[in-house]
Design a binder for this molecule. Structure first.
Ligand code: BES
Ligand code: ZN
Length: 591
């Protein structure tokens, strides 16, 4: 049978792993995790079982009762890693593999104490999406191969551990100076949702089913910022159906975390750049929370269907936003997304095949195909369905979609059949095939209008002709209004214009990273030297790729700022996550 996922050796005709019991022993000095993974199969099986591995150093491969198991670790293949081919004796129920992770694993970032807020202890976190779980464990590493898991994670005192699972207690570890933290994940998850973090951590309860974890010096700020989580959960349940994961906890990571958020089940991982002090950036939390339905319950069956995860989740996130803050606020969020989408169509001008929703990723690394297109184009497709069917008819369809496919992994084609069953004829009406399989944004994409948007766009369009916002207007803007305005300003700006903007919007001392980064992007594109010190500081402390990419790209526009970018990158590189490193290297290469 043909493999269903171009990024995995998973073969659905072979035995399935149902449950994995992990023992992880974290060694900061060697930047390695010594591990055993006990894989329980769905039923007693024999014959071939192919697992994904990457960078793993195998120590032993045995059956559950300790007999050596015939196996072959094949040669390294680009993107995929090394297939571990097992030959299971009759009626094998368990496979036990002892191994060690590589210090080079992209799935793990090992932080020095100085890269943390507390500066006293090291920190470790994982990031497995899209195909990095195989660097932490030998698995059928495809979203179609769901597993439950249990784990015992041994870490040095006084560090704490969290995982994408329920806590199951902690106790002194096997060696003095260690502690073992136990976890259980009883719901079946795709392997990319396996996650762990280790560091000096404290927590605060936000509601009976939610708490936030962070370094001790950050945790109160985090608790304040995310205090609205229960209201968000309740809103999401009303829109999408019951929350199926019992608890919703969050972890705020050190600033090198390469994403805004990652929807690890029961333990969303978040960038500390969300801690703006005014709760203005909690949309990212709404997004990760929404993944509890769209992505974690109903999962893309491979990265060729990634839009099913992210497009659906952006749509869901904006519905939560609308329910909590109203239609105008949601229209601003759509408008901000529209700019991101336009920028991505430009970036992929030479690769229009990557602007489709349904992708063909044979031979393409999902990290290289990553863009805002599945997010924003996918969300617009859902919004178009909603508008065409009418919300009253549409909302129950969305809930049935989640109810029908919960705890399964599906393809775009299965989604299409479901939509056609639920809303007969709608595909033809809206040109669904072109939405899914054509490049760019179809002309019937929904528009999101609001008077405030028109005012901001007109004001920005008048910049060249001398129009400037009044101080009272600026004072009344929230984060979204300020962003929409700034995104629409022409660039490069003259030195005098940059100075005006900096002063009028008090940009230099912004603690809000969305606004700060938009400003630094304008300043970078304009070669505005007074902003370079702040730029250097941001680029050397923050690893969130959404922020690195636009600034480094804008610095590429003139030789002087190219040199600055190279200089900053040389200093920042050792502190960057492997993904951030690779992403910036790609940008600098194109200079
Ligand atoms: N699941 C993604 C992050 C991701 C995608 C990691 C693909 C690795 C591979 C997460 O839910 C996400 O989309 N985060 C966004 C949040 C935003 C859209 C609100 C981010 O990090 O910026
Ligand atoms: Zn997402």
């Amino acid at each position: 049978m043909a493999r269903p996922d171009p990024h995995s050796f998973f073969d659905p005709a072979q035995p399935r792993t149902k449950h994995v019991a992990f023992a992880f022993d974290v060694d900061f000095a060697r930047r390695a995790i010594a591990a055993t993974a006990r894989l329980t199969l769905g039923s007693p099986s024999s014959g071939r079982l192919d697992l994904d591995t990457k960078g793993l150093h195998l120590k032993s491969v045995q059956t559950g009762d300790g007999r050596p198991l015939p196996h072959l670790l094949e040669e390294e293949r680009p993107i995929l890693g090394r297939r571990l081919r097992l030959d299971l004796p009759a009626r094998t129920e368990e496979v036990v593999i002892a191994y060690e992770t590589s210090p080079e694993a992209t799935a793990l970032q090992w932080l020095e104490p100085r890269q943390t807020a507390g500066r006293r202890h090291p920190f470790l976190f994982s990031q497995c999406q899209a195909i990095h779980a195989r660097e932490i464990a030998p698995l059928q590493d495809s979203p179609g191969a769901r597993i439950t898991y249990a784990a015992a994670l041994t870490v040095p005192d006084p560090l704490a551990a969290v995982m994408s699972a329920g806590p199951a207690g902690d106790a002194p570890g096997p060696r003095p100076g260690t502690r073992t933290w136990r976890f259980e994940m009883p719901q079946p998850i795709p392997p990319y949702l396996l996650a762990l973090a280790v560091g000096e951590l404290a927590s605060r309860d936000l509601s009976p089913r939610s708490r936030v974890w962070a370094e001790p010096g950050t945790v109160d700020k985090a608790a304040w910022e995310f205090a609205g989580i229960e209201a968000m959960l309740a809103t999401a349940e009303r829109l999408f159906g019951p929350y199926d994961w019992e608890r919703y906890d969050m972890l705020v990571l050190p600033p090198s975390f390469p994403f805004g958020g990652m929807e690890n089940p029961r333990m969303t991982f978040l960038t500390p750049t969300l801690l703006a002090g005014d709760r203005s950036l909690v949309d990212v939390v709404a997004h990760e929370l929404a993944h509890s339905w769209t992505g974690n319950l109903v999962t893309n069956s491979s990265n060729e269907h990634f839009w099913l995860n992210e497009g659906t989740t952006v749509y869901a996130e904006r519905r939560i936003h609308e329910a909590l803050h109203g239609e105008d606020a949601a229209a601003l969020a759509w408008a901000i997304g529209e700019k991101a989408l336009a920028a991505e169509f430009e970036r992929f001008a030479e690769k229009p095949e990557l602007t489709r929703l349904r992708l063909d990723l044979d031979g393409v690394d999902p990290d290289d195909a990553f863009s805002s297109i599945p997010y924003e184009k996918g969300a617009r497709l859902w919004a178009l369905l909603e508008r065409t069917a009418g919300r009253e008819r549409f909302d129950p369809v969305l809930r049935r979609y989640i109810g029908t496919f919960r705890f399964t992994s599906i393809t775009t084609e299965e989604w299409e059949r479901f939509i056609e069953d639920e809303l007969p004829g709608i595909g033809g009406t809206i040109g669904l095939d072109r939405w899914l399989r054509g490049p760019g944004l179809p002309a019937n994409a929904p528009r999101f209008a609001a008077p405030v948007l028109d005012r901001l766009a007109a004001l920005a369009a008048g910049w060249a002709g001398g129009a400037r916002p009044e101080p009272q207007a600026i004072a009344a803007w929230g984060t979204s209004e300020t962003l929409v305005y700034m995104q629409r300003l022409p660039r490069p700006l003259s030195e005098a214009d940059c100075a005006w903007l900096d002063r009028a919007l008090r940009l230099d001392d912004r603690g809000n990273y969305e606004i700060l980064v938009e400003w630094l992007t304008i300043a970078a594109a304009s070669g505005y030297a007074p902003a370079f010190a702040r730029m250097r500081e941001v680029l050397t402390t923050v690893g969130r790729m959404k922020y690195l990419r636009p600034i480094y790209t804008a610095l590429g526009q003139a030789p002087a700022t190219q040199a600055l970018a190279r200089d900053i990158f040389a200093a920042a590189r050792p502190g960057y996550h492997p993904l951030s490193r690779r992403s910036v290297e790609g940008i600098l290469q194109k200079y």
